[in-house]
Every structure is written in C-alpha cells, then in structure tokens.
Design a protein around this ligand. Structure first.
Ligand code: SF4
Length: 258
C-alpha cells in the first residue's frame, strides 16, 4: 500500500546532507544525466562540452571542515583515471576532517583499488554507493556510453566488499524490466543497501528511428504496472537492504491520486 504522507525527498537529498564535487562535466556522458541538463540550462556547459571534464581548482585546493551529516562525493561527475588524483586529494581532506562520506560512482576497478588502499585505516568513515543499472552491456553502452561495463562494476563491488568496506548499490535508473535479477546477483556483496529508482529525465535529442526502441523500452519499463510490480516485489527482500527510491513512490502516488 502506498503512503500518501511519505515525505518525498528527490535526488541526492535522499542519501546525504551535503555534496562535494571537484570537476565540471563528466566523461561518462549518460543520456539521462540531470547534472548535464542543469549545466546546459545555466550555460556552464554545452551538449558537446559536457563530456570534457575540467578540474574545479577552487574545490580541489580549499580546505574542508567537519560538516553536519553525511557528505556525498561526487554527484555531478565521476571518479575516472583522469580525475582520480584530484578526487583523492579532496577525499583525504574531507575524511581527515572527521566527515562520513558516501562515495558515489560508476566504478572503475583501478580507481576503487586505489581508494580502498589509500583510505584503508579510515574505512569506517566511508560507504561506497556503486551505480550498477543493468547487467546488460547493450543497455549500459547506450545509456551510459563511456562508463564501465557490467563486469568491471561488479568486480569493483566485490573488491570493496572483500576489503571490508561498507558497500551499497544504486540501481537508478533501473534499465532491466525486472531489476531483481540484478539485485540477486549483487546481494551477496552488499553490507548496507540496494536502491531501485526510475529514470526521471532523458535528453530528447537524437531519437533516430534506429535509437527510438531504446526510448520506447524505457517508457514500457516505467509503466505504472511495472513500477507497481517492482514495488510489490521489494516485500520479498529484507527492507533494510532493498529500498525503493522516492522517484518510484512519487510517480505511483501521483498516478494513484488521479
Ligand atoms: S555518471 Fe552521473 S554525473 Fe556523470 S554523466 Fe552519468 S549521470 Fe551524469
């Protein structure tokens, strides 16, 4: 049963109290990227330049104090081999100030190995939140064209788990009609939570006849019927681990209230 009184907190507020980023743009260039949409709207980037990652020198050089609540890093770029050294500098300052941090990334195994090794003594301050939206590489290549494929992401999850780090996964946006086949694969390597959310935004450009099927497929898997099925199936899992994101609650509440 959906609750009408559930407080809806969309986006990163569901997970952390504040965010830190140290690059402008993101080379993954996901087709559903909200940060890209905002950067283009406010003329910080264009459709073409979003994928060029530029260091935010101010954010890299400044000091970080202890903040109230958990910090999420990064939220509008990723940790890639190109950005890793600056990300490590920022992470060290945030962690050394006594903060708890949620590291959100479409993980590159080599980056995760270095982070795990560098911060091993502070691992209790860190939770990884790996974005793994599908086990189907064809879907990953289309929606997240320059992000790692499934094998690398799950290897990164296993590595962090076996090193004793706190691990969680975001399946947002879910790209498989039934995201629970992916949940079952991930589950053994999760110490905290798995979040399932829907795609909220897509760039409307380039819907050529060849590509239209990808967009139509998202409409299909985001139907009320499928979202209700996903919502119901969560009851088969420990609800402290498998969590439905507000993007799904919000949508279902809206359609149910009509
Ligand atoms: S990884 Fe995140 S910030 Fe980067 S393009 Fe994809 S959605 Fe945007």
């Amino acid at each position: 049963m959906l609750s009408r009184s559930r407080k809806i907190t969309l986006g990163t507020k569901e997970w952390a109290d504040s965010n830190v980023n140290c690059y402008f743009g993101c080379s993954n260039n996901c087709r559903y990227c909200y940060a890209k949409k905002m950067a283009i709207r406010f003329k910080r980037k264009t459709e073409k330049t979003w994928k060029i990652m530029e260091p935010n020198l101010k954010a890299i050089k400044k000091g970080y104090l202890k903040r109230k609540g958990r910090i999420m890093f990064p939220t509008s770029h990723d940790i890639t081999m190109e950005s890793l050294s600056s990300c490590l500098i920022v992470l060290k300052k945030i962690i050394d100030a006594g903060n708890e941090i949620l590291i959100t990334t479409k993980p590159r195994l080599s980056c995760i190995k270095l982070i795990c090794n560098d911060f091993y003594k502070k691992k209790n301050s860190i939770q990884f939140r790996f974005t793994i939206t599908s086990k189907n590489n064809e879907l990953l290549k289309f929606w997240e064209p320059y992000a790692p494929l499934f094998k690398e992401r799950i290897e990164a999850l296993k590595f962090a788990y076996h090193k004793g780090y706190k691990t969680s996964v975001s399946i947002e946006p879910f790209l498989d009609e039934d995201p629970y086949t992916l949940v079952d694969i991930l589950y053994p390597y999760i110490t905290e939570s798995i979040w399932i959310g829907k795609m909220n935004y897509v760039f409307s450009k380039n819907k050529t006849p060849k590509l239209i099927n990808f967009y139509n497929y998202i409409d299909k898997i985001n139907s009320k019927e499928n979202l209700l099925r996903i919502f119901d199936m969560a009851k088969n899992y420990d609800n402290s681990i498998v969590r439905i994101k507000d993007s799904i609650y919000n949508f279902l509440n809206k359609v149910n209230l009509k």
